[in-house]
Write a protein that binds this ligand. Structure first.
Ligand SMILES: [Zn+2]
Ligand SMILES: [Zn+2]
Length: 343
């Protein structure tokens, strides 16, 4: 299988609203790369955004590209110098490979590497296909008890782990999570696993709030009915996972003295923040961009308290990628659709 002479199927985005399933050569691993047979790929809001608009900010689709960056699978081929993995090793893919030489890489914040090559960010192909290659250091071994779906969803879990790290969530923390989409739900579960005393989750989507409650939220707030401003909850930490300007501003006001605000959700480029509240309470306000060094923690969490399979609401084949990409707009009960590329 590692000879690269065979072909595979890939779902390729040619232009907004235009996905074509094509035959492509199975990629050939470079010396430090492994060839991975993709078992499951989570569908992310960013995939939907590229499908709808052909761009995210400065990242513009200029040539056909494969979407999908949340993937798990099995090592089926090895470059000459691969030392970490045997054939048959099941892995979760960390989809961004940095340059490993710039100052950000050398100080451990490789998510900020300006030369990052990240799956499904133009011009780099993603994982809605049968096989991918990846540097072996970013193909993380997972226990055989973990499903392919969970292995794939270690990627969004990593976003939650990084947000909790940046927010210094720990034992006894009181946490507000605004937005109960997949990232809000994993951020909530991570905060609970790290020992947070209370985790309150807000959203307008009642199906997702119900899931948040089932997964352990201390309290859920349906902001379609009662605003966050009416809540008396005082948080140490806000994990803003909605990207919604109103949720963001109201959420910040719920954070008490010396609290931390981490802006994870992507909304408009500019959002109004309650400056006087931030100043008078000396809040630390930061954004997050992807993650760094999160997979070991994510694997441990997903082997224990954090439930990832529960987030999977829909499964699709490679021929149904377009259906998967349009699902979130059609079905408000959808949380995390996944694609299983193997025939
Ligand atoms: Zn994602
Ligand atoms: Zn770098």
């Amino acid at each position: 299988m590692a000879d690269g002479s065979r072909s595979m199927r890939a779902a390729v985005l040619h232009a907004p609203h235009e996905i074509v399933v094509e035959e492509r050569p199975v990629p050939r691993p470079e010396p430090h790369e492994v060839l991975v047979r993709v078992g499951s790929v989570g569908l992310c809001g960013s995939d939907v955004h590229y499908y709808e608009h052909g761009r995210i900010g400065d990242h513009v689709l200029r040539a056909p590209m494969v979407l999908g960056h949340e993937a798990g699978g099995e090592v089926v081929g090895r470059g000459d110098r691969v030392s970490r993995h045997d054939l048959g090793q099941r892995v979760s893919l960390e989809p961004g490979v940095p340059c490993l030489a710039c100052s950000h890489c050398l100080t451990g914040r490789y998510n900020l590497c300006p030369r990052m090559r990240f799956f499904a960010t133009p011009p780099v192909d993603g994982a809605f296909c049968e096989y991918v290659v990846l540097h072996e250091a970013f193909a993380h071994p997972v226990p055989d008890t973990m499903s392919d779906d969970s292995a794939a969803l270690l990627e969004p879990l990593s976003v939650g782990v990084w947000a909790c790290t940046r927010a210094r969530v720990g034992k006894g923390s009181r946490v507000l999570v605004t937005g109960s989409g997949p990232v809000g739900l994993v951020a909530m579960q991570t905060a609970l696993a790290l020992g947070a005393a209370e985790v309150v989750v807000s959203d307008v989507n009642t199906a997702r709030l119900e899931l948040a409650r089932e997964l352990g939220a201390t309290e859920v707030v349906d902001v379609g009915r009662t605003g966050l401003t009416e809540s008396s909850f005082e948080a140490d930490v806000l994990l803003e996972c909605s990207g919604n300007p109103t949720a963001t501003a109201q959420g910040v006001r719920r954070v008490g003295r010396a609290g931390r605000v981490v802006l994870v959700g992507m909304g408009g480029d500019e959002v109004a923040l309650p400056l006087a509240h931030i100043q008078q309470h000396e809040l630390d306000v930061t954004g997050t961009f992807r993650y760094a060094n999160t997979w070991p923690t994510a694997i441990a969490l997903a082997s224990g308290e954090v439930e990832l399979d529960r987030l999977v609401t829909h499964r699709f084949g490679l021929d149904e990628v377009e259906e998967a990409l349009t699902l979130p707009a059609r079905d408000p009960s959808a949380v995390k659709p996944v694609v299983h590329p193997q025939p």
